[in-house]
Write a protein that binds this ligand. Structure first.
Ligand code: ZN
Length: 184
């Protein structure tokens, strides 16, 4: 899931008006940001093992919630933890990921059906944005029509482009080539 996570972040921000939106948004996409960090560092993170499994998300959520407390956002900390943990079930319809180390891959894999994915994620982010606009004191950049248009466009671009996420894992054919064949 891509912009759908931002819809979840917006809904959380609406329901927890004392929590800081600027902490909830990165928390909602934190497992994906971690994927990018692993890829940049050249670390193989197969099927989200170190970012999207329950123990990894729990650790990430606790670290970010702790950082929020240290930064003086005590009321935001539980929402940050919730935003990170909610990332996992919302990835289930779109991808195929590990949810537990050593477990099976789970997910509907809707990325294979870009039109369905686009519709689902656009509706999710639209619903979150509509909810967030009702929050008192919501920043203008978040409530603006341009924001939702940009997010839906981003989702459309991502669905058209296909898989955008970089990976630090070697392509499967390279791995196969590296395995010594018997008799050679
Ligand atoms: Zn994800």
């Amino acid at each position: 899931m891509i912009v759908g996570h931002l819809g979840v972040a917006a809904a959380l921000a609406r329901w927890c008006p004392r929590a800081s939106l600027l902490w909830i948004i990165p928390a909602a996409v934190a497992p994906d940001l971690l994927d990018f960090a692993y890829a940049l560092a050249g670390i193989c993170n197969p099927y989200g093992l170190y970012s999207h499994t329950v123990p990894a998300a729990l650790l990430l959520g606790v670290v970010l919630a702790g950082a929020a407390v240290l930064a003086g956002h005590r009321a935001t900390a539980p929402v940050v933890l919730m935003a990170v943990l909610l990332h996992l079930p919302f990835d289930w319809p779109t991808g195929r990921k590990l949810y537990w180390p050593g477990g099976e891959l789970h997910g509907l894999g809707l990325y294979q059906h870009p039109a369905v994915d686009f519709l689902m994620e656009s509706l999710l982010v639209l619903a979150g944005w509509a909810l967030l606009r009702r929050r008192e004191g919501v920043p203008r950049w978040a409530a603006g029509v341009l924001t939702i248009v940009a997010l839906v466009a981003l989702q459309g671009g991502a669905d058209l482009a296909g898989r955008l996420k970089p990976t630090g894992c070697a392509p499967p054919d390279t791995v196969a080539a590296a395995v010594p064949r018997p008799g050679l």
